[in-house]
Design a protein around this ligand. Structure first.
Ligand SMILES: *[C@@H]1O[C@H](CO)[C@@H](O)[C@H](O)[C@H]1NC(C)=O
Ligand SMILES: *[C@@H]1O[C@H](CO)[C@@H](O)[C@H](O)[C@H]1NC(C)=O
Length: 259
């Protein structure tokens, strides 16, 4: 705890969160340093989201199997973007020590074999295929893929923001190497794997976002995940509940898809 606090204090002088406009640190960060990592809002407002994620502020417990949440989605589908940015990512920030997230960008896309490779067609056009491919390559190339994808999906232009989102959350990975995955055989093969995973869903997906919890999809799980994923994950976790699950949960209701 002391180390992570020090890490956070060290970042005070630097304006890191360019994505959310000018430096918010002194002007609109209304939280004391000890609370900066206590919610997504405070981490973003105080410009320390990246540091909070890196400092493992929710301590790893691993006393029981984490709850596995799968999201089958498309990069430009509005409902997918809302769920990913307003529900899934904020919940994961708080509960990442008891939940793991698998993102499968493909959704309602179609593939056709073309020689050794595949050609993809996406519901929302070529840009969506590009967004899916960038996100797929990120998932293969960096442990910070989820924050980068969150950044892209919460920006007004998913594709145009990708490079600056990468620089913000995963600066050690070069944009050129991501794009060579995107335009090359590796990306093509990874997207084919996404197609296979999506086609293997049982029951088959009927819409996006399509959510699985511990590998299962039911209407009830989907509804609960959409309306109160935080509560669902806390309830399903079989180990001792982390602090975030107990106490006052009013605060977390704002991470609901329907609000
Ligand atoms: C956070 O956890 C990861 C993997 O468990 C580890 O590699 C990293 O060093 C940790 N970061 C800090 C600041 O403790
Ligand atoms: C990335 O993709 C390559 C090639 O398909 C695969 O061998 C490797 O295991 C993947 N790595 C991760 C972390 O997914």
């Amino acid at each position: 705890m002391k180390t992570s606090l020090l890490l956070l204090l060290l970042t005070l002088a630097v304006c890191l969160n360019a994505q959310y406009g000018s430096c918010h640190l002194s002007s609109s960060c209304s939280y004391p340093p000890s609370k900066w990592c206590s919610s997504l809002d405070s981490a973003i407002q105080c410009g320390v989201l990246k540091q909070c994620l890196e400092s493992n502020f929710t301590r790893s417990r691993e006393t029981a199997d984490s709850v596995q949440v799968g999201l089958y989605y498309e990069s430009l589908c509005p409902g997918c973007r809302l769920f990913l940015t307003r529900v899934l990512f904020p919940t994961w920030v708080l509960l990442n020590d008891i939940m793991s997230v698998t993102l499968v960008p493909y959704g309602n896309a179609q593939e056709k074999p073309d020689g050794q490779k595949y050609v993809f067609e996406c519901q929302h056009g070529k840009d969506e295929c590009l967004g899916n491919m960038i996100e797929t390559c990120l998932l293969n190339m960096t442990k910070m893929a989820f924050p980068v994808i969150f950044c892209m999906e919460s920006s007004s232009n998913v594709i145009k923001s990708a490079k600056s989102c990468l620089e913000l959350y995963s600066p050690e990975l070069s944009w050129d190497s991501v794009m060579s995955c995107v335009n090359g055989d590796v990306g093509n093969g990874l997207m084919h794997q996404n197609a296979l995973k999506t086609k293997a869903l049982d029951p088959a997906h009927q819409y996006v976002p399509w959510i699985t919890v511990d590998g299962k999809h039911t209407e009830d799980l989907q509804d609960k995940a959409m309306s109160s994923l935080f509560t669902l994950v806390c309830n399903m976790y079989k180990g001792s509940k982390p602090e975030a699950c107990g106490g006052d949960q009013r605060h977390f209701k704002s991470y609901s898809y329907n609000e």
